[in-house]
Design a binder for this molecule. Structure first.
Ligand SMILES: [Zn+2]
Length: 139
């Protein structure tokens, strides 16, 4: 997609480049290697099938710090995505950032809402969720 910068992640989960300064949104490509049950904060216990998922978020300030936080295993669980990424079978396999507004970017993804409301507490654009199950390669 135009205006999107994709980063590769090394084995040590270090990112390979500084983020463009005008970028405000990020997507995490997530792989779940086998079906899991995981408690997602107030959304309660959820089941997720094995496969790939795309999470879209934003941070108008300190975007890189936000993404690096997502890549750290040890942290206080705050957002829905923190609960998901705390599960040992869940791995972030790709990161992209963009200047595109998060909901617009999220809605451009061909994917399926599997946990209604996930990551969408602040969403005013009826995305349904900011976590989508996707098929690779992404369309
Ligand atoms: Zn949204």
């Amino acid at each position: 997609m135009e205006g999107v910068t994709a980063f590769t992640i090394s084995m040590k989960l270090s990112l390979n480049a500084p983020f463009p300064e005008d970028h405000i949104s990020y997507q995490l490509l997530i792989h779940i290697c086998e079906p899991i049950h995981v408690k997602i904060g107030a959304l309660g216990m959820q089941h997720l099938a094995a496969g790939h998922y795309l999470y879209t978020g934003s941070a108008r300030r300190h975007l890189e710090a936000r993404v690096r936080r997502h890549l750290r295993r040890e942290k206080r669980l705050r957002w829905h995505i923190d609960y998901l990424l705390s599960h040992p079978r869940v791995v972030v396999v790709g990161v992209s950032t963009s200047a595109i507004e998060e909901c617009r970017w999220n809605r451009s993804v061909e994917g399926e809402v599997v946990i209604p409301g996930f990551g969408a507490s602040d969403c005013r654009h009826r995305c349904g969720a900011h976590l989508l199950r996707v098929e690779l390669p992404l369309g």
